[in-house]
Design a binder for this molecule. Structure first.
Ligand code: THU
Length: 132
């Protein structure tokens, strides 16, 4: 079993709470910080379709409200798609808080099947340093 299987399980438990009556495509995400805290989230859809948001974004909201910190690992899982990767918008949102070395776990229904990094997910991304 993968050593970060607990993070997959947290993402899967979050996926069970997905509110996805329109797409019927439940997604779960879980973020771990270096001190071991885990923040999870599901996708939440809205009848006005563009107003819905992704599981990764919900997880990031919990992460910020929980005090933030250095992100070491992220797991994402979807009931109907093996190895789901975050959408472009969520890559940018995750990169706001997770460095290029943060691990991103891709999962199937059994657990983690592939490990990537945020740097691989969003190369040459826009960085806000100069805006601060
Ligand atoms: N979705 C996520 O939650 N995360 C992703 O990385 C890709 C897509 C959600 C958004 C929408 O509720 C459903 O999947 C179908 O696009």
């Amino acid at each position: 079993m993968h050593p970060a299987n607990d993070l997959f399980l947290a993402a899967r438990a979050a996926m069970a709470k997905a509110y996805a009556p329109y797409s019927k495509f439940p997604v779960g995400a879980a973020i771990r910080t270096e001190d071991g805290r885990v923040f999870a989230g599901c996708n939440i859809e809205v009848a006005s379709y563009p107003e819905g948001w992704c599981a990764e974004t919900t997880a990031l909201g919990h992460y910020v409200m929980g005090g933030g910190g250095k992100i070491t690992e992220i797991a994402v899982t979807a009931e109907k798609m093996a190895r789901i990767t975050p959408c472009g918008g969520c890559r940018q949102r995750l990169a706001e808080f997770a460095g290029p070395e943060a691990k991103l776990y891709l999962c199937d229904e059994t657990g983690i099947v592939e490990t990537r990094t945020m740097g691989e997910m969003l190369p040459l991304g826009f960085e806000g340093g100069t805006l601060r």
